[in-house]
Design a protein around this ligand. Structure first.
Ligand code: NAD
Length: 684
């Protein structure tokens, strides 16, 4: 029996396994059993859709007890990846054979849980305990060659079944012993191993619940006999399963997969072939974008107006690759090969044969339009014309060319060669095949593409503007920057809003505000402190001073009392009373309006689904995945509670502040219907 596409160990497959093993045990003609897969994977593990509940009997441990206790030898012929429950199934077999170049792993920790079908008890009894611990705590796939003691043989795929048969025959003849679980001893070395693992955890897995439970479970394999260890594993598994983190991480697993789906585009829509990419602008973004393509073997030509800028940009790309080579991540040959795929030009005619061009020039409409009009003249029919604009109106850009159907936004995040998120921006005239090609391209360059519509800042930056505004407003009302940053850091973001602003450059937000005066000038308190800092040359880390001060060569923010003086003066001028502000208020005022803006975005049909916003926030802004993204976080807290707090601030913040807390009508509607964001289907 098979469960396409990945042999997820669903209830039907578990029943199938029990029936097949039971029938083989009862059949006198059968002396041994081989378990293998017809699919390219052995098994990807549990069927995660079952986690929401229902009658799940028989559970996997029941199946594995039957297999492990079988009187006839059972051989796992692991033809492809065996993950989670799939690997646990193989661990319960008496013999294992696999193919070289295969990977196996126990990735449950990524779902906020731990292996719950004996994996934490069997694996350390079969391989080096340190490796077992690492595999379970990090969840990373491991090449079979690194854990060869787990297998009786590692062979080429063509002789896998033949070898499994040979092992089975030898097992029947009693010439090879079954790989048995060794007895573990809690030596001083082992104790140190666990102590070290816990130390490292506090740095690497800040805020996550499951990794420390994974350590507890593996430790139980050393502290307890096997049967009791299994009971302990189940207990720890249930502790993880019942957390908001497990719900969030499982939500995110599905969110990421859902983001790739394009329900409004016909399945048979063809895609365009992209063999060569043009990039306009070799600055911060252009260089990083170029690296994405050459990293996967796609030829790139970069255009700059001035040769000096071109050389500077190309030099930066080379030094990025050289740095990777110095760290041993690339060979010199690979550096040469990648640089060999990039050419530079100052002539638009050199873009005549590109299949896709991505513009990454200054964020100014007149400059963008000029570039697009030139591209319209030289690019071949069918070439996709993309813009990396962060905030400008893509429709306005598209309407300046004769082929607006070929225009799309490809909004990369900085550093573009590192950040996984790609907002794919659909203009009002963008053709379906262009959208489908762009989403497919995201996968090819190893990004997570999320389709969004046109609005100021698209999804990510539109929401972050709200969050930054409120952080600034809290500063004005008397909170200290380091207090605000700590609350947000402790919430799980990689850094607080002021550290982030200094790092990105306070001038970026300043210029955006200059271009949006019509929308914000009714609030004279809007980011007034940031405006004053920028006007005084305090543009952030690059200037050695922004909201914080920085010592030369250091990125460590140092609080500056003079910023509090600015806040006090500005608050006085605006008639805003300064006060002590609680951490809880800081958190709610930064995160709830962000969620509210997400609701507006969803209602306007800018995203296809609420979970797309979560994907954007986790991959683009480091929102903690254990909270699932802002919309899942809101669903978990309860939309009625979010609404109540929005109402509270709407009525209590007084002058200028309260106007930003008007609840989204979608939030009101969902609370009224007692629904969640996850229930809402956007109409696009
Ligand atoms: P940048 O100033 O580092 O680079 C812009 C480059 O474009 C410069 O090298 C400049 O010489 C070149 N250029 C300017 N006008 C040109 C023209 N007419 N023809 C050819 N080249 C020209 O800017 P950046 O940070 O790379 O931003 C580029 C675009 O990417 C902007 O639209 C920006 O909003 C967007 N963006 C930036 C970030 C970021 O964090 N920096 C993130 C996402 C998107």
């Amino acid at each position: 029996m098979v469960n396409k596409p990945v042999n997820a160990l669903s209830k039907a497959l578990r029943i199938g396994l029990i029936e097949a093993v039971t029938s083989a045990l009862q059949n006198n003609q059968v002396d041994a059993i081989i378990i293998s897969s017809e699919l390219s994977l052995f098994s990807a593990g549990a069927d995660i859709s079952e986690f929401s509940g229902g009658d799940l009997s028989p559970m996997l441990p029941e199946v594995l007890t039957l297999i492990e206790g079988s009187s006839k030898p059972i051989v796992a012929a692991i033809n492809g990846g065996a993950f989670g429950g799939g690997l646990e199934l193989a661990l319960a077999c008496h013999y294992r054979v696999t193919v070289s170049n295969n990977n196996v792993g126990l990735p449950e920790v990524h779902l906020g849980i731990l292996p719950g079908a004996g994996g934490t008890q069997r694996l350390p009894r079969l391989i080096d305990p340190q490796l077992a611990l690492q595999m379970i705590v990090t969840g990373t796939p491991t090449p079979v060659a690194a854990i060869n003691s787990l297998f009786n043989e590692i062979v080429s795929p063509d002789i896998l079944i033949e070898t499994a048969l040979k092992i089975a025959k030898n097992a029947i003849a009693n010439t090879i012993p079954a790989t048995c679980l060794i007895e573990l001893k809690n030596t001083p070395i082992i104790k140190r191993l666990f102590a070290q693992a816990r130390d490292q955890l506090s740095m690497k897995s800040r805020g996550f619940f499951a990794p420390s439970k994974c350590i507890d479970a593996v430790q139980a394999a050393f502290d307890l006999p096997f049967e009791q260890g299994l009971i302990k594993e189940t207990e720890l598994f249930m502790q993880c399963m019942n957390t908001s983190q497990a719900r969030a991480q499982q939500h995110f697993f599905f969110a990421e997969r859902a983001a790739a789906a394009l329900p409004n585009i016909a399945k048979d829509t063809p895609t365009r072939v992209i063999n060569k990419v043009g990039i306009i602008g070799a600055g911060t973004m252009g260089g990083g974008i170029a690296m994405n393509f050459v990293n996967v073997g796609v030829e790139v030509v970069i255009l700059e107006l001035e040769t000096s800028n071109l050389e500077k940009g190309l030099g930066l790309i080379r030094s990025n690759y050289e740095n990777s080579a110095n760290k041993g991540r690339l060979t010199q040959e690979q550096v040469q090969q990648r640089m060999g795929l990039i050419s530079g030009t100052t002539q638009y005619d050199d873009l005549a044969d590109v299949d896709l061009v991505i513009e990454a020039v200054f964020e100014k409409m007149s400059v963008k339009k000029e570039v697009f009009m030139k591209l319209d003249k030289v690019c071949k029919p069918g070439a996709i014309l993309a813009s990396n604009t962060s905030t400008l109106d893509l429709n306005e850009i598209a309407n300046c060319v004769a082929r607006p159907q070929d225009v799309i936004g490809l909004h990369f995040f900085s550093p573009a060669n590192v950040m996984k998120l790609l907002e794919v921006v659909k203009g009002e005239k963008t053709a379906d095949d262009v959208i489908k090609t762009a989403m497919q391209l995201a996968k090819i360059i190893k990004k997570v593409g999320v389709l969004v519509g046109v609005c100021f800042g698209f999804v990510g930056n539109r929401m972050i503007e709200v969050y930054a505004r409120e952080a600034n407003r809290l500063l004005l009302e008397g909170a200290r920057p380091e207090q605000i940053d700590k609350v947000i850091y402790d919430f799980g973001m990689p850094m607080g809003p002021f550290t982030m602003g200094d790092m990105a450059g306070l001038d970026i937000g300043y210029f955006v505000r200059q271009s949006r005066q019509a929308f914000i000038q009714h609030d004279p308190s809007y980011c007034v402190i940031a405006d004053e800092l920028v006007e005084a040359g305090r543009v952030g880390l690059k200037a050695g001073k922004g909201v914080y001060l920085y010592e030369k060569g250091s990125r460590t923010p140092i609080p500056d009392p003079s910023v509090l003086d600015v806040a006090k003066r500005k608050a006085n001028e605006l008639g805003i009373a300064q006060r002590d502000i609680s951490d809880q208020e800081i958190l709610e005022r930064c995160i709830y309006p962000l969620i509210n803006e997400g609701a507006n975005i969803l209602q306007e049909g800018i995203t296809q689904r609420a979970s797309d916003i979560d994907v954007i926030y986790v991959y683009g802004y480091g929102f903690p995945v254990y909270r699932g993204g802002p919309m899942q976080y809101a669903d978990e807290i309860g939309l009625d509670k979010i609404l109540a707090r929005m109402r509270h601030y709407e009525h209590s913040l007084g002058k200028y502040g309260q106007q930003w807390f008007t609840p989204s009508s979608l939030l009101l509607e969902l609370v009224e219907k007692k629904q969640k964001f996850a229930d809402y289907k956007a109409q696009q």
